[in-house]
Design a binder for this molecule. Structure first.
Ligand code: GLA
Length: 383
């Protein structure tokens, strides 16, 4: 019996925990930045990217830890006679090197998007067959981050396809964060840790709280898909529940706050997807909440877990460095709910949205009234 238990434990451990991880030294905490797709789709240009880099600095987002400015699909139009990828000359008249230099001059990092197939999801040229040439080009331009999609891949082997670009990026000699985007179709959490720094786990996020489209998912749907994947995340290799919709029109302010808090509990990449140039102050406060960001960026790199499931309400927990713990109380329902959490007699908690210390609590229970589609997020204090 003991032997069987031991065998089961070994099998479980081998299946659950990646035994090695991509050794490029990058993304030791979940990457933070901005990406053009959620808000701008194909409407990208050098002007937009420069303005976004400026706004990243002036809004305080850079100071809060955001680094990468990533152009998603549609920056590329064709290949030249030598097979070199060509940026849209009308939309990016200065070319990519000058644009990357501008982003770098702001103390930020620069990212691009490509696809493992013959064409991107918007039918621009993909990298299939050009992986090493593209990686050399990205490095020459000063690219620091590559998001690599999975459209138009026909019968390609997924692991082999992503491994080619991993090797090409390595051969380029430039440190480039490698963001795998195959939508969780082939369980990338089981094989991607030694290939990429992060991997998408779901279809595309959209700016709604609770909805499912053909290819798109709401915040709650994505949360549920992520919930069981916690054992696969860690420094240098993260589950990616997709970019943030904070500040986009389909989410209320409370929903944006909940979405951001949940992503921090999940140790998710925090890649903003709104227009940083025209953010209202309350959205900026969400995206730059340093106490919540610190939970996401905690050096232990643990992904939070659903700790209690009461149906419409839930409690999530995340272990932090120094034997600390963050908790999030989530109300999925349409009416206010009281949610309680036993933290221990004499214990105090820090409310990470009110920026206040609360407690101690006579019976050891922290109780909070949580608004519909809202969260309360706390850290248990040592004393
Ligand atoms: C896919 C990805 C999205 C985005 C688009 C661009 O749908 O999942 O995140 O990059 O392609 O075409």
């Amino acid at each position: 019996m003991k032997k069987v238990m031991l065998l089961l434990a070994v099998v479980f451990f081998c299946a659950a925990a990646p035994t090695w991880a991509l050794d490029n030294g990058l993304a030791r905490t979940p990457p933070m930045g901005w990406n053009s797709w959620n808000k701008f789709g194909c409407n990208v240009s050098g002007k937009l990217i420069r303005e976004m880099a400026d706004a990243m600095v002036s809004s305080g987002m850079k100071a809060a830890g955001y680094q990468y400015i990533v152009i998603d699909d549609c920056w590329q139009v064709k290949r030249d006679a030598n097979g070199n990828i060509v940026p849209d000359p009308k939309r990016f008249p200065s070319g990519m090197k000058a644009l990357a230099d501008y982003v770098h001059s702001k103390g930020l990092k620069f990212g691009l998007y490509s696809d493992a197939g013959t064409a991107t999801c918007q039918n621009r040229p993909g990298s299939r067959g050009y992986e090493f040439q593209d990686a050399r080009q990205y490095a020459a331009w000063g690219v620091d981050y590559l998001k690599y999609d999975w459209c138009n891949t026909s019968t390609q082997n997924v692991q082999a396809s992503y491994a080619i670009m991993r090797d090409a990026l390595k051969a380029s000699g430039r440190p480039i964060v490698f963001s795998i985007c195959e939508w969780g179709v082939d369980d990338p959490w089981k094989w991607a840790a030694d290939i990429g720094n992060l991997w998408r786990t779901t279809g595309d996020i959209t700016d709604c709280w609770d909805c499912t489209g053909v290819y798109t998912r709401g915040v709650m749907q994505i949360l549920d898909q992520e919930a069981d994947l916690w054992s696969y995340a860690g420094p240098g290799h993260w589950n990616d529940p997709d970019m943030l919709e904070v500040g986009n029109p389909g989410l209320s302010l409370e929903e944006s706050r909940a979405h951001f808090s949940l992503w921090a509990m999940l140790a998710a990449p925090l890649i903003a997807g709104n227009d940083l140039r025209s953010m209202p102050a309350d959205i900026r406060e969400i995206l730059t909440n340093k106490e919540v960001i610190a939970v996401d960026q905690d050096p232990l790199g643990h992904q939070g877990q659903r700790y209690r499931d009461y149906g419409d309400t839930e409690v999530w927990s995340k272990e932090l460095a120094g034997h600390a713990e963050a908790y999030l109380l989530l109300n999925r329902s349409q009416t206010p709910r009281e949610i309680s959490l036993y933290v221990g007699k004499g214990k105090r908690v820090r409310d990470l949205w009110k920026h206040e210390d609360l407690g101690p609590f006579a019976d050891g229970f922290f109780r909070a009234r949580v608004v519909p589609h809202g969260v309360v997020m706390v850290k248990v204090l040592a004393k």
